[in-house]
Design a protein around this ligand. Structure first.
Ligand code: LLP
Length: 432
C-alpha cells in the first residue's frame, strides 16, 4: 500500500511514519516539514554493511553519499553505524568534521574542487580525495608538498557504462564532465603521473555509473571494466591499485511502478564478479567502497504540507495547493520525478481523486507532481509526499525568499528537530 516500509495508518486513520502520527507532527512542528525515520536509515546502513561482510569478507567500506541528505545529525548517525562519508564540497566536508566524523573514512569528490577545498581536505587528512582531472592532480601535489604531507587519492574513471537511467543523472558516459576516460588513454597517463608524484599516493580508482538504477548488470560490468584497468596498470607499471570504489546509484521505490532490487543482491553479484575477474587477471582482490545516497536516505523521509486551497478547472485538472513546493522539492521541476502522495489525515480513505499538487512559488512549473492519485483534499488537510528523504532538503532553495523547512527525526515513538526551520531573519542574514 505504501512505497516505504516505515509508513502505516493508525486507528485515527492518520498516516504514521516509524509509528509516529504525521498529523500530530504537523501540528507540533508546523508545515512544510521534512520527517525522517532514523530507524530506517540505520536499517539501510546495516544492510549495506552486512552485505559487504557476508559476500566480500568485510573487505570494504560503505560511504554514505551525503549530497542526498546532509546535516550534523545525519553524519553522527553514520558515524555511529560505522559508515564513512562521500562529500562533494567544503560545506559537506565541514559538516562531517563538525559532526566528529572520522576523516580517514571520507571520500572527497567534485569535478572542480577549489584550492581552498583541497587545502582543507589535506589539513583534515581526508582518507581519499577523488581526483577528477590532471589539473587537480597537479594542484593537489603542490598543496600537499607545501604542507609537507602525502595526499591519498583515487582517480575518478569513466567506465563508459550505459546504466539506462535519466539523462540528467547519468554520469558514467564518455561525454561526462566527471573523470578520466579510459579509451583516450588519459586515465593511464594520469596514473603514470600520480605514481611519479612524491606527495601523492594513488590508493584506488573510482567510478559512478548513474543514479536510481534498478539493474545490477551495469554495476557488474563497471566493476569488470575497472578491474581490467587495474590489471593493465599492474602490467604496464608494476603498480598495485589496492582499492576500488564503485560509487552509488541504487534505485528506490518512489511509486508502485518502481521495483528496486534488495541491496544484498547487489553485493552478492558484484563480489562474485570481482572474485572471478581478479583470478582471471591474476590480481589481488581490491578493498571495495560503495557510496549509496538515495537508497540510504530516500525511503526514510516524507514531506508534510498543509493544503491551502483546491482549484477545480472543469475538464482540465484539479490543483491542490500546498505551503511548500519546488523550494523544498525541485525534483519534479528538474527531472519530472514521480512521487506517491496522500492526505495524511484521511489515510484510510480511498484515493479517488487525481490531482496536480502545486507549490506556492511564483512559477507555473512549481509542481510536486501531476496526475497524482490522492484522497479528496480540502483546505487544512495535511498532504504527505513519500520517499522524499534524498535530494529534497539537500536541493532546497530560498527562491521567492521562502524559508527552508525544519527536519525532524522520529525514533522509538518520539521525535526531535535536527534542522531548525529557517526564520525570516535567516532569510536576510547575509544582506547588508
Ligand atoms: N557517488 C557519487 C560519486 C555520486 O556522484 C553520487 C550521486 C552518489 C555516489 C550517490 O548516488 P545515489 O546512491 O544517491 O544514487 N540530484 C539527483 C541525483 C544526483 C546524483 C549525483 N550523484 C536526483 O535528485 O535524482
Amino acid at each position: 500500500m505504501f512505497v516505504s516500509e516505515n509508513l502505516n495508518v493508525n486507528e485515527k486513520g492518520n498516516l504514521t511514519i516509524g509509528g509516529v502520527d504525521t498529523v500530530e507532527l504537523a501540528k507540533e512542528y508546523g508545515t512544510p516539514l521534512y520527517v525522517m525515520d532514523e530507524e530506517l536509515i540505520r536499517k539501510h546502513c546495516r544492510s549495506f554493511k552486512n552485505s559487504i561482510d557476508k559476500f566480500y569478507g568485510g573487505k570494504g567500506l560503505v560511504c554514505y553519499a551525503s549530497k542526498s541528505f546532509c546535516c550534523l545529525e545525519m553524519c553522527r548517525v553514520m558515524k555511529d553505524e560505522g559508515i564513512g562519508l562521500d562529500v562533494v564540497s567544503i560545506g559537506e566536508l565541514y559538516t562531517a568534521v563538525k559532526a566528529g566524523a572520522d576523516c580517514e573514512n571520507i571520500c572527497f569528490h567534485g569535478n572542480n574542487k577549489t584550492d581552498e577545498e583541497l587545502e582543507y581536505a589535506v589539513d583534515m587528512k581526508v582518507g581519499r580525495i577523488i581526483v577528477d582531472n590532471i589539473f587537480e592532480l597537479e594542484r593537489l601535489d603542490r598543496i600537499s608538498k607545501e604542507k609537507g604531507t602525502v595526499a591519498n587519492i583515487m582517480f575518478r574513471i569513466k567506465p563508459g557504462i550505459d546504466a539506462h537511467t535519466h539523462d540528467f543523472v547519468r554520469t558514467g558516459q564518455i561525454d561526462s564532465k566527471f573523470g578520466f576516460a579510459l579509451e583516450t588513454g588519459e586515465a593511464m597517463e594520469a596514473v603514470n603521473k600520480a605514481i611519479s608524484c612524491k606527495n601523492i599516493h594513488l590508493k584506488g580508482l573510482h567510478c559512478h555509473i548513474g543514479s536510481q538504477i534498478f539493474d545490477i548488470d551495469p554495476f557488474v560490468e563497471a566493476a569488470k571494466v575497472m578491474l581490467k584497468f587495474i590489471a593493465d596498470i599492474k602490467k604496464s607499471t608494476g603498480f598495485t591499485v589496492s582499492e576500488l570504489n564503485l560509487g552509488g546509484g541504487f534505485g528506490i521505490m518512489y511509486t508502485e511502478n518502481d521495483d528496486p532490487v534488495p541491496y544484498e543482491n547487489y553485493m552478492e553479484k558484484v563480489s562474485a564478479a570481482v572474485a572471478d575477474t581478479c583470478s582471471e587477471y591474476g590480481i589481488e582482490q581490491p578493498f571495495i567502497l560503495i557510496e549509496p545516497g538515495r537508497s540510504m536516505a530516500g525511503p526514510a523521509g516524507i514531506t508534510l504540507y498543509t493544503c491551502g486551497g483546491v482549484k477545480h478547472i472543469p475538464g482540465i485538472r484539479t490543483y491542490v495547493s500546498v505551503d511548500g513546493g519546488m523550494t523544498d522539492n525541485p525534483r519534479y521541476a528538474l527531472y519530472q520525478s514521480k512521487y506517491d502522495a496522500l492526505v495524511a489525515n484521511k489515510a484510510s480513505q480511498p484515493k479517488d481523486s487525481v490531482v496536480t499538487i502545486a507549490g506556492k512559488c511564483c512559477e507555473s512549473g512549481d509542481l510536486i507532481g501531476e496526475g497524482m492519485s490522492i484522497q479528496e483534499a480540502a483546505p487544512g488537510d495535511i498532504i504527505a509526499v513519500c520517499a522524499t528523504g534524498a535530494y529534497n532538503y539537500s536541493m532546497a532553495s530560498n527562491y521567492n525568499r521562502v524559508g527552508k523547512p525544519a527536519v525532524v527525526f522520529v525514533k522509538d515513538g518520539g521525535s526531535k528537530v535536527v534542522v531548525k526551520r529557517e526564520t525570516l531573519d535567516d532569510i536576510i542574514r547575509n544582506d547588508i
